[in-house]
Design a protein around this ligand. Structure first.
Ligand code: HEM
Length: 426
């Protein structure tokens, strides 16, 4: 059978960097692509895979890598702290070094290991609820027109933003009061994966990387002197056990866990609450049975992946489905459409466009955490903290409802919410 060069295909176009691409417009564009019948679309830098199988192929193939160093090259980052960090980012490490790093850090983030953080997660949520209630009381005292017993707050600021950085601080073994600083660094450093930010905010990213390196070095030094039951102590133990981990690798793993684990969980939690708020009948189901939190998390991950596009660059020519892709081609894997690619039974009566926290999606795992050897290292932690978050809100804020329009961020990079006004009564 003959193969066609990808450049000769007639493909639907889609630009994920278009700043208006968010909210309903984004969903409409995704529906257009899904309806086009094509498994591939043309993007601004390369191509996008649209179905689950092709997405998994490009994430799993050994002929593609994460294109972060290409981004560094394009934006002239060739030395300094940011360059060193990018080079050492676990997403850029491949082959045996990568398996070694993963095997050292995996045990600390296994499902069994993260279970023990549940009490800390609940304590964090409890503290945040107290603060939100106190702020709302203060607003009432200042004469703002509030009904007695009704709490109005902005969910991102009050819960979604502080919660994951408090959890990461606990996991890493950093003091809880450092959580806001960790959030600040993670938020800035994360922007290295977004071409738009690299073009306009490089200096801020460089500064955050330098500051966090200093902070992490200090933390590792402190833990070396007084080990505790946390990720950094475990990594130091591995390092001392057999020179399997160098000092610089240890710091960079801490770095990756911080950067990977803050904006992501924040955004997914905010979208999950938004989706439940927009589907009050689903929220009621969760309130009646908070045990549904696990399913609700899976459905939010499937329905609104906060990593809608995961990029790869081909390191050699690849032929797939009779289409040839030359070395150097950028392929974006679209988790949004891939996650809607369900077998008839898993799609159920409402089909894949229905947000349904009771649906049994069968074995179809979401592409939201990626696939293959770079599959999200923090997926167990993320799922657990999201479950705790939703269960907590269902139990403690049962009449929660949206109190205004959500403010969407852009889908390029991590797809988050800037604001989600909510209200609930005590
Ligand atoms: C809902 C929350 C999260 C989502 C949607 C998410 C998504 C992803 C995705 C799509 C990848 C693969 C990227 C690629 O292959 O190009 C990834 C990798 C990674 N994630 Fe997450 N993530 C989340 C939470 C976390 C958390 C909580 C942590 C830290 C504990 C974390 C740490 C990492 C690390 C270190 C990698 C790189 C793994 C490697 O290169 O081997 N993530 N994540």
């Amino acid at each position: 059978m003959s193969t066609a060069p990808v450049t000769e295909l007639e493909l639907p176009a889609f630009d994920h960097t278009d700043p208006s691409m968010r909210g309903e417009r984004f969903h409409a564009e995704m529906a257009r692509l899904r309806g086009s019948g094509s498994w591939l679309a043309q993007g601004p830098y390369g191509y996008l895979t649209l179905d689950r199988e092709s997405g998994e192929f490009f994430l799993r193939t050994r002929s593609a890598i994460f294109p972060g160093m290409k981004i560094a090259e394009i934006f002239g980052v060739s030395e300094g702290a940011l360059y060193e960090q990018m080079r050492r980012n676990i997403l850029h490490v491949n082959g045996r070094d990568h398996s070694r790093l993963r095997s050292l850090v995996n045990p600390a983030l296994s499902q069994r290991a993260v279970e023990r953080y549940r009490p800390a997660m609940r304590a964090s949520l409890e503290g945040l609820l107290e603060e939100a209630v106190a702020r709302s009381g203060a607003a009432r005292a200042e004469g703002e027109e509030e009904e007695e017993g009704v709490v109005r707050c902005e969910l991102v600021e009050a819960f979604a933003k502080p919660y994951p950085s408090q959890v990461i601080a606990t996991v890493m073994g950093a003091p809880l009061e450092d959580a806001p600083r960790l959030h600040h660094w993670s938020n800035w450093i994360q922007r290295q994966f977004d071409a738009t930010s690299m073009a306009s905010e490089l200096e801020g990213i460089e500064r955050a990387v330098g500051e966090f390196y200093e902070y992490a070095q200090e933390l590792v030094r402190a833990r070396r002197e007084s080990p505790a039951d946390d990720l950094i102590s475990k990594l130091i133990e591995a390092e001392e056990a057999g020179e399997k981990l160098s000092d610089v690798e240890c710091i960079n793993l801490v770095f990756n866990v911080l950067v990977g684990g803050v904006d992501t969980s924040q955004s997914q939690l905010a979208h999950a609450v938004r989706l439940l708020g927009e589907h009050p009948e689903q929220w009621r189901l969760l309130v009646e049975d908070p045990g549904l939190a696990e399913r609700a998390v899976e459905e939010a991950l499937r329905y609104e992946p906060i990593t809608p596009f995961t990029a790869r660059i081909l390191t050699e020519d690849v032929v797939y489905r009779d289409v040839s892709f030359p070395e150097g081609t950028i392929v974006m894997v679209c988790a949004f459409t891939g996650n809607r690619d369900l077998e008839a039974e898993a799609a159920g009566e409402g089909g894949p466009e229905r947000f349904d926290i009771t649906a049994d999606r069968g074995r179809a795992r979401p592409l939201t955490f990626g696939a293959g050897v770079h599959y999200c290292l923090g997926a167990n932690l993320a799922r657990t903290e999201l479950q705790e978050g939703l269960e907590f809100m269902a139990r403690r804020m049962p009449d929660l409802e949206l109190d205004g329009e959500p403010v969407f961020e852009s889908v390029s990079g991590i797809y988050g919410l800037a604001e989600l006004p909510i209200k609930f009564s005590l």
